[in-house]
Structures are given as structure tokens and as C-alpha cells.
Design a protein around this ligand. Structure first.
Ligand code: NOJ
Length: 797
């Protein structure tokens, strides 16, 4: 079943049916002021952190779905009928209520028509501002004069700390203090406390937000949620909206809300425009300033256009034209956009991440960098530095870095049992990618502090990362799993060993050697190469099991992923990373990847492991927590799918690489959205596998490692456009049905118009490469001149 379509030209996804099988969301704003909005205007807003800066409410996992939100109610003074600009919360019959939702890049527009009144509401955060705007246009499409009242509504949190607001009611029910100044609502909490802007994490401080209307006269207000809604009503039938008259309530304690009332008389064919602006600061100051600024609504309209241009320019860094329309929709808009959102909010703000997690989880956030290096290289450089300073002088990482509170050099060293074994090894993916994208090779020599004490060059940080794992290796010469390796569900014990991390370490050693060689550091090269040989030997001797690599050794002697195991006898990660790391020879690589194909591949993607754990002890594998076929228990864990695509591409199997890529491509499921359920334009953390009765249902959209690796695998390996320090490599690996494809890639300010043809229908290999008509030996395009365009012809064969 289909609920909408991709409007590629406008870079939007259009939801045509509002009764989607799950809330289909979008993100507004940036890491300063963020907001989530669903296709039915549900969602919440937050300042700096969704956990500690949450000032509006959403009831997670609620019935009906995704309430409350940014609602705009209408009351017809003559008929007494009422409805909302979005289908929900009032939920008029879809026979009479026509609506569409356009999710775009950091804006959402919901248009509806009900009984001849058409409404358009565009939600966005003007660039760099700490407030959001709901820009409204109302049109009377009928033949009668209409006397309406509009009521914009938002439900506030009492305390910005999401946990306290939800659970610590004996405190938070006594701290709201609402006022209205010149028609602007002031949402205050803890108003007798000082403001502490330097200490964002201090939740017990005075805070204010404002709620204003521009371009329309305010004729009433309410700030007490229970007065507005009525104690036994719901968002679908608020008391005030039914009666058509605000009560002028001022909440003191209890549950606050922001509601303004405006009267609108519309002649046939007439339109009016106005806007709601909500944001950080007091009504007296910031609210008043904003109201004055937007007295001319065209300023706001221009800001929406600026925002679109800004986002579109980020996307234009790489545009593709392949024979597959689904691939194009994803790679040109939604895949890189998903990467940006994941990079911005890590795993901290969504309809699933409800406010318990905060900050940048180390391993995830370092990986997230890979999806944005090309589009925001400068910003990415700053974030990368922040994350590098999250590495302790031991070489291991702090589990979480909080951008608004991080103090490099002064953080507490993590406890030994807090270290995860894979965390810092992801730096070997992210740092070279940054250097290759920007050409800033000196970055390796930049001195940066460790989280707790001391400092080192970036290269020194990388060496400490390697040493950290070498120093913590176990009986088989394989790095210890420590608190966890990438898989949170394997119980390895501190001394247990992770074969997956061993492959990561091998990748790290190879990268370190490569970089050291470029820096002329011969001793470092020798050291890395020697450690690599030792590690390879351990992997050879202990980790190969007939046709697969085992996953790990627990400190109790259990071999995860061994062929003889009844449950979990094959794991995806070690097979694909044996290839990615360069460890596996061709024969073993093929065997291992064939087992992945035969035992783990399903129509919806590759399972993380199989068969599921049902009888195993919890103290061996925590995956038994999950139903069979879900998440780490033999689910299709989408974070890892890109690695499967990369490994097959590296082996030259374009057909398989593409098959794997398509199997979890969101757009490929647009016509069967009732199966996948979540947004067809967004990647998800996991999909239920064949071991589940709900095979194909996907969960946890937006924020996971999936978006990054999907984009990375497709652009760098399938299409094969890879930035290197000395040029742009062109190394496609495509299905043999493709007759070619085109890519426009901006690389360090030069634009490459790359046209690939595949006359002999091969999967990999380049017969001829020309740049501006000149033949290029090999497959690397030289670094171009900033501002110049280059025509690149590639013939595969
Ligand atoms: C969720 C975490 O966010 C991710 O980093 C981890 O690797 C997976 N769980 C796998 O267990």
C-alpha cells in the first residue's frame, strides 16, 4: 500500500494519506534549536538537548499516536463546527477532510481543505535562530462569508529536563508560571531561581520561552492546559475550541500550555496570512523582538527560502542519476539528509529516543561523521576534534561526549569497566575520510588534548587507540571485548575477545601504516606492519572455522559464531569485516561471504546472526531479551547492511552488492509501506527478520548507524566515487544490468561531472577514464582547481 510519493524536483516526500501505519516524521532546526514534527503535526521542541532542553511535550508510545504537537485549531462561529489544520488531532472524516503533508529539508508543510476552508501551515526554524515559525495561509474557497476563530496550541513541559517532567511530578507540578505580555505568552519555570546560562545541565534554574502571533490580532489566550482542553476531553476536542472562546487562564503550577486566539473573517476567495513564532527567551525581550521583526511577514517567507537553499546546497555536493529511480530519490535527498540529522542528534531525539539518552555516544557519533564529511567539511572538522578530545589518555574513549558540557583535559577518566573495545577504532574510518575530503593532511599533526589529561597530535591519538586494544588483548592474541564491542548483546566478559574488533584493529593498523608512510615516519610504519602481521597470524590460527570467521570468544570459553553452535552459528560482522579490513584472502573471503548470502540474507536485508538465541543463557548472550528475529537476536540490523554492500563491492560482485543495497533501501518499499510501516524515506535501526511473524516491519527510524553506512557504501563503493588525499578515485561496482550512471561531485571546490558507461555490462573495472578529453592512467582524478568544472568520461570494462 502506498501513502505518498517522492517529489524529487522539490526534494520533498509528499504524504497523501495521513493515516500512515506509523508516525512519519521530519526534523526542524539545528543542534541549537531542534524540533520533531510528524505528518500529523505531532512532535516536540528542544533547546540544545532533547533530554535537558525539552520545553514542549509529546507523550511517547501513546494512544492516539504522536500527541501532543503544534496544533492549529479552527472554530466556525456560525456553524460551531471545529477542526484542525492537520488531520489529527481532531481527525475529521477523510471523506471531507483533504490533506497532504510535504516533508522537506528541515521544513514541513501541511495543507488541508475542509468545508471550503483551505489551510497551509509551513513549519520551520529560521537558520541559526532559537525559535520556530508556523507560517499560516487560510483561504476561503467557498461562496459564503466565513467567520472563523483560530487557536494555535502547544503543550509545555514544566521542567526542561524530560525525565523530571515525565516522572518527578511532586516537583514539576509546582514550578510553571505563565504570564501574557502584550499578547505574547511567557512560559516561565522556576522563576525565582537565577538563570544559569553557563550551566546548561542545571535543571533547577529560571527558564523562559515565548509564544507569539504575528500578522494577526490576538483576541484571547489560555495558558492552563486543563482549562483549554477540559479535564476529560482530549486534544481532539478541546473545551475552548468547542466553545469557540478562550478563557484567559494563567497557569501557576500544574500543566501549562500556550494558546492564542484570533478572529478571522474571510470573504469568498479571500486569503489571510499570519504566523506563530515560538522560541527561547522571555515574552518581554526575545518574544517582543521577534514580533517586531516579523511585522512584515515577507521576512519570514524569505527566511524559509533561505533555509531551503541552504539545505539544497548541502545536498548538491553530490547528485546522481542512475537507472534506478529509488536509488536516485534516496541518494540525492533523503539518504544524505538522514545522515545530517543523525550526525546532529546522534541517538538522542526522536519518537523513540524519548529523553533518557543525551549527548554523543562515542562509537555511534564517530561513525556518523562519515555521512557528512563531504557536505559540511568545516563543521565536521570541529565535531571530529570534539570527539577526538573525548578519547582518554589511556587510548580508550569516554562513553558519551556532551558538546554543551565537555571540558577536554578536565574530564574524569572512565572506569576500566566502562571502556568499549571498538569505540576509538572508528576514528580510523572517520579521520582519514575527513583528511581525504578536505585535503588537510596537516590535521594528523594537530595537537589536541585527551579527555582527562595530556595532549598529543592526532596521529598520536590514533597510536594510543591502537595501543589501547593491543594492551588489552586476550589468550588468542585477539583484542578483549571489554564492556562491549559493537554488539551490545554479546557477553564476552572483560577478558573475552572480539574477532570483529580484531578486524577493526587490523584496519586501523593498515591505515596507521599508510598515513605514517606519507608522513615519512619509517619506524611507525615498521611498528604497525609488524603488529599487523602478528594479528593476522592470530586471526588465521584461531578465528577461521571451516567456511566462516567466528564472532568472539567469551571469557567462559564460549565461541560465538562457531559452526557447531546450535544458536547463532553465523554472525555477519566478522565475515564482512574480514574483507573490509583486507585480512581475508580471496578464497576465504568468498567462502565467508557465501555463508552470509546463504544463511543470513533475506528479502529485507541480511540478518545480524542466525539462528536466533532462544535457549542460550542470558549470561552468555543478552540477545535472548529480544524476540527471535528482532534487533540483535537474528534481526536484520540495518547498521551493518552497508558493510555487506562494501564487502561485496570490494570483491567485485556488483549484482550482490546492489541486491543487498536494494533489500533495505527505504524508497524501494514505498508501495508496500504497510509492511515496513515506518517512513519510506528514512533508514531504520532494524527490520524484523524471517524468524519473526512480522517479517519486514522496521523499527527505530532516523537515528541509527544505518543512514551513514548506507550512504557511504552506495557512494564510495557501488558508485565508487572515493575522495583520497591526492584525488578522486572512480571505482564503480554496479549490477551488470546497468548501462551506466552519472554523478556530479563537488570535491574541494571543483565540480566533476562524471559520466560512466558500461557497454559490456561488467560489474567492475575501468577500461578508459578521461578528464576534459585527456586520458587518465589508473582510476584517480587529479585534484581540480577551485571553482572549475571538469567533464569526466568513464568506460567500464
Ligand atoms: C545500538 C548502538 O547504538 C550501536 O552503537 C550498537 O552498535 C548497536 N546497538 C548494536 O548492538
Amino acid at each position: 500500500m502506498k501513502y505518498g510519493y517522492f517529489d524529487d524536483k522539490n526534494k520533498e516526500y509528499v504524504v497523501e494519506r495521513p493515516d500512515t501505519p506509523a508516525s512519519w516524521t521530519n526534523y526542524l532546526g539545528d543542534t541549537n534549536y531542534g524540533a520533531i514534527i510528524t505528518n500529523n503535526a505531532g512532535g516536540y521542541s528542544f533547546y540544545k538537548s532533547a533530554a535537558q532542553g525539552r520545553f514542549t511535550r509529546l507523550r511517547f508510545n501513546s494512544v492516539p499516536m504522536d500527541q501532543a504537537g503544534r496544533y492549529l485549531y479552527f472554530h466556525d462561529k456560525d456553524s460551531k463546527d471545529f477542526w484542525s489544520a492537520s488531520w489529527q488531532p481532531v481527525g475529521k472524516s477523510l471523506e471531507q477532510f483533504k490533506t497532504e503533508c510535504r516533508h522537506g529539508t528541515a521544513y514541513t508543510k501541511i495543507s488541508s481543505e475542509y468545508k471550503d476552508i483551505a489551510s497551509e501551515v509551513s513549519y520551520f526554524v529560521p537558520r541559526g535562530k532559537a525559535y520556530e515559525a508556523w507560517m499560516v495561509k487560510l483561504t476561503n474557497k467557498g461562496k459564503e462569508t466565513r467567520n472563523l476563530r483560530a487557536f494555535p496550541f502547544v503543550e509545555y513541559a514544566c521542567n526542561w529536563n524530560a525525565g523530571d517532567d515525565l516522572g518527578n511530578l511532586q516537583y514539576t507540578q509546582y514550578i510553571a508560571n505563565m504570564s501574557v505580555v502584550d499578547g505574547i505568552i511567557d512560559h516561565g519555570s522556576n522563576i525565582n531561581m537565577p538563570e544559569m546560562p553557563e550551566d546548561f545541565q542545571q535543571k533547577d534554574q529560571q527558564r523562559h520561552t515565548f509564544f507569539a502571533m504575528v500578522g494577526a490580532e490576538v483576541s484571547g489566550y489560555d495558558t492552563d492546559r486543563d482549562v483549554f482542553i477540559g479535564r476529560y476531553n482530549g486534544y481532539g476536542n478541546p473545551d475552548v475550541v468547542q466553545k469557540g472562546e478562550c478563557a484567559g487562564s494563567l497557569a501557576e503550577g500544574g500543566n501549562p500550555c500556550g494558546v492564542l486566539q484570533t478572529d478571522i473573517c474571510l470573504q469568498p476567495g479571500e486569503s489571510v496570512e499570519f504566523a506563530i513564532v515560538m522560541g527561547i527567551g522571555s515574552a518581554q525581550k526575545e518574544g517582543a523582538e521577534v514580533k517586531e521583526k516579523y511585522a512584515d511577514l515577507s521576512i519570514l517567507k524569505n527566511e524559509l527560502e533561505e533555509l531551503k537553499n541552504y539545505w539544497h546546497s548541502r545536498l548538491e555536493v553530490m547528485q546522481v542519476e542512475t537507472p534506478d529511480a529509488d536509488v536516485n530519490s534516496m541518494l540525492n535527498v533523503w539518504s544524505p539528509y538522514n545522515c545530517q540529522i543523525t550526525y546532529a542528534w546522534s541517538r538522542a531525539a526522536s519518537l523513540v529516543y524519548a529523553g533518557v539518552r543525551d549527548g554523543l555516544g562515542y562509537r555511534d557519533s564517530v561513525q556518523d561523521m562519515l555521512g557528512v564529511m563531504h557536505s559540511v567539511p568545516e563543521e565536521a572538522g570541529e565535531r571530529l576534534e570534539l570527539l577526538i578530545t573525548g578519547q582518554a589518555s589511556t587510548g580508550g574513549a569516554m562513553p558519551v561526549v556532551k558538546p554543551f558540557a565537555h571540558k577536554p583535559g578536565q574530564e574524569k577518566e572512565p572506569e576500566a569497566n566502562e571502556y568499549r573495545s571498538d569505540d576509538c577504532l572508528w576514528l580510523f574510518n572517520a579521520i582519514p575520510e575527513y583528511v581525504n575530503e578536505t585535503g588537510n593532511f596537516d590535521f594528523y599533526l594537530k595537537e589536541l588534548p585527551y579527555a582527562d589529561k595530556g595532549k598529543d597530535s592526532v596521529l598520536g591519538h590514533l597510536r594510543r587507540a591502537i595501543e589501547f586494544n593491543l594492551e588489552r588483548s586476550g589468550a588468542h592474541g585477539i583484542p578483549c571485548g571489554l564492556a562491549a564491542d559493537w554488539n551490545d548483546c554479546l557477553v564476552l566478559g572483560y577478558e573475552g575477545e572480539s574477532v570483529f574488533v580484531a578486524f577493526q584493529l587490523r584496519y586501523a593498523l593498515a591505515k596507521y601504516s599508510e598515513v605514517s608512510e606519507k608522513l615519512g615516519l619509517t619506524k611507525e610504519v615498521e611498528w604497525a606492519e609488524q603488529e599487523l602481521r602478528i594479528l593476522d597470524k592470530s586471526l588465521e590460527e584461531h578465528c577461521w572455522d571451516e567456511d566462516r570467521y567466528v564472532r568472539a570468544f567469551s571469557d567462559k570459553g564460549f565461541r560465538f559464531g562457531a559452526k557447531e553452535n546450535e544458536e547463532g552459528n553465523i554472525f555477519m560482522n566478522p565475515q564482512v569485516w574480514a574483507v573490509i579490513s583486507g585480512h581475508a584472502n580471496r578464497e576465504k573471503a568468498e567462502k565467508a561471504m557465501n555463508v552470509v548470502h546463504d544463511d543470513l540474507y533475506t528479502d529485507y536485508g541480511i540478518m545480524l546472526c542466525a539462528p536466533p538465541f532462544e535457549k542460550s543463557d542470558f549470561d552468555i548472550v543478552r540477545a535472548v531479551l529480544f524476540n527471535p528475529g528482532m534487533k540483535e537476536n537474528a534481526g536484520i540490523f540495518n547498521h551493518t547492511q552497508g558493510w555487506g554492500v562494501m564487502a561485496e563491492s570490494m570483491l567485485g560482485n556488483g549484482n550482490r552488492a546492489y541486491k543487498y543495497y536494494k533489500s533495505y533501501l527505504p524508497a524501494a518499499y514505498n508501495d508496500m509501506a504497510e509492511v515496513r510501516e515506518i517512513e519510506p524515506y528514512v533508514y531504520a535501526q532494524s527490520t524484523h527478520s524471517v524468524y519473526s511473524k512480522r517479517f519486514g516491519s522496521s523499527r527505530l527510524p532516523w537515528l541509527s548507524g544505518t543512514a551513514t553506512w548506507a550512504y557511504y557504501a552506495a557512494t564510495r563503493y557501488l558508485l565508487g566515487i572515493r575522495p583520497e588525499i591526492d584525488g578522486l578515485t572512480v571505482d564503480p561496482c554496479v549490477p551488470d544490468s546497468w548501462e551506466g550512471f552519472k554523478v556530479v561531485r563537488n570535491f574541494r571546490g571543483a565540480v566533476y561531472n562524471i559520466s560512466v558507461s558500461n557497454p559490456n555490462r561488467v560489474m567492475k573495472g575501468i577500461a578508459c577514464l578521461k578528464m576534459n578529453g585527456e586520458i587518465i592512467e589508473g582510476n584517480k582524478l587529479p585534484v581540480g582547481e577551485e571553482g572549475k568544472e571538469y567533464q569526466v568520461e568513464v568506460i567500464m570494462g
